[in-house]
Ligand binder design. Structure first.
Ligand code: LLH
Ligand code: MG
Length: 386
């Protein structure tokens, strides 16, 4: 008999973090402190579970009871296309209550379940296009931390350190509010110049700046980047204004990449392509509503001869990149001189995206998404279930 979905649970547990987000959502290093994380578990009638770490604000009890459980319970967990579509079609009537991220978390759990059931890593289930990928080092945003990322010289010194570790590409996130004095086109240009001078011409460099510049500020910054031989220019302006990005891309030689944060899943990405608003498309499992629509965006971009780069780290994005050659890099980060990205947090046995000395990440052999959860730790530290 076909197994069907029997349980959908979110467990909130305590763990230890060494980063914290500021009032604008940017992550910075912090002293070790206790935080709450959450795991979504979808289990079928054969006892096979799919698991993914989630942001519980997107999967509150109301969202689980009103949308997720009615769509999933009693259904075949392997029919992801049908389940994703059924959930996505409920977004209109949910008036913002059922987010793209919520769709993404559910879809990731279903992909993990499929991998666990079939004993295969998701990147192979998706087609297996390659076994490894170069990572770019993606820095945290500029800050005011002594010896951190407070000055152009700090960015330059950190970039040299990252290249020594093996990375062949570095992406800067420069200063953004609420950091005092941010944003500043002049300071961004100074940091980008210092990094280029420090690492030389052979390292690929990218910039992800402010997200709120005006058109003229973005153009001035983009012209400086192309002089410095940067590889792409990311999210300098509000992404809802597609015509602003077309205006920018029309005037620059440096590839403009986007959108990252725009809602609207694969549909928005299609609009960016046909509007000529980007030279490289952007997707990501939590940005577009899961692996299922992210695969669609990768194939869509490919058919327009556009690269499509995947935003963000984690097992879902890694699995996606193993299924395509249309994204050239894995975004590894966010990195900072005062933060050890490779340290294994207590709720994991190992990290999914270790790099070798050439800055390359190998796709995991473990079944499912490949996360190496310490389920005993998570169970012992669970403080809430819904
Ligand atoms: O503004 C930030 O903190 C970063 O841009 C962050 O959102 C990061 O995830 C990103 O954009 N990476 O490309
Ligand atoms: Mg970005």
């Amino acid at each position: 008999m076909t197994a069907v979905i029997e349980r959908v649970e979110v467990s909130v547990f305590t763990t230890v973090a060494r980063t914290a987000v500021d009032s604008h959502g940017h992550r910075h290093p912090a002293a070790a402190h206790e935080v709450r994380e959450a795991m979504l578990t979808v289990t079928d009638t054969d006892g096979v579970s799919g698991r993914v770490l989630v942001q519980p604000d997107h999967l509150r009890p109301h969202v689980l009871d009103k949308y997720v459980r009615p769509s999933l319970l009693g259904q075949d967990p392997l029919e992801r296309e049908r389940l994703w579509t059924s959930l996505a079609r409920q977004q209109r009537g949910a008036h913002g209550g059922l987010t793209d991220r919520a769709l993404g978390f559910v879809d990731l759990a279903l992909w993990d379940l499929a991998g666990q059931r079939l004993g295969l890593p998701v990147w192979k289930l998706l087609g297996g296009a390659r076994r490894e990928i170069p990572a770019y080092a993606s820095t945290m945003c500029g800050d005011q931390i002594p010896g951190g990322l407070a000055t152009p010289a700090d960015f330059a010194a950190f970039a040299v350190h990252l290249v020594e570790q093996g990375y062949r590409a570095v992406k800067l996130h420069t200063w953004m509010p609420p950091v005092a004095g941010a944003p500043s086109v002049e300071l961004d240009i100074a940091a980008c110049t210092a990094v280029r001078e420090a690492v030389g011409p052979d390292v690929e460099l990218m910039l992800d700046a402010n997200h709120w510049y005006s058109r003229t500020e973005a153009l001035r910054l983009g012209r400086a980047l192309q002089e410095l031989g940067y590889y792409w220019f990311e999210e300098p302006m509000e992404e809802a204004s597609v015509s602003s990005y077309r205006w920018l891309a029309d005037q620059l030689d440096i590839p403009v990449i986007g959108p990252e944060t725009s809602w609207g899943k694969n549909f928005t990405r299609a609009e960016w392509i046909t509007s000529g608003a980007c030279d490289i498309l952007r997707t990501g499992t939590t940005d577009v509503g899961g692996i299922t629509p992210a695969v669609r965006t990768l194939h869509l971009a490919e058919a327009f001869n556009l690269d499509c780069e995947v935003h963000g780290n984690g097992s879902g994005n890694l699995a996606l990149l193993g299924a395509t050659t249309n994204g050239r890099w894995y975004e590894r980060g966010l990195l900072h001189p005062h933060f050890d990205f490779d340290e294994v947090p207590p709720h994991l046995h190992s990290i999914v995206d270790a790099i070798d000395h050439q800055g390359v990440v190998r796709f995991p052999d473990r079944p499912g998404l490949g996360d190496d959860f310490d389920l005993d730790y998570i169970k012992a530290h669970t403080v809430q279930r819904s």
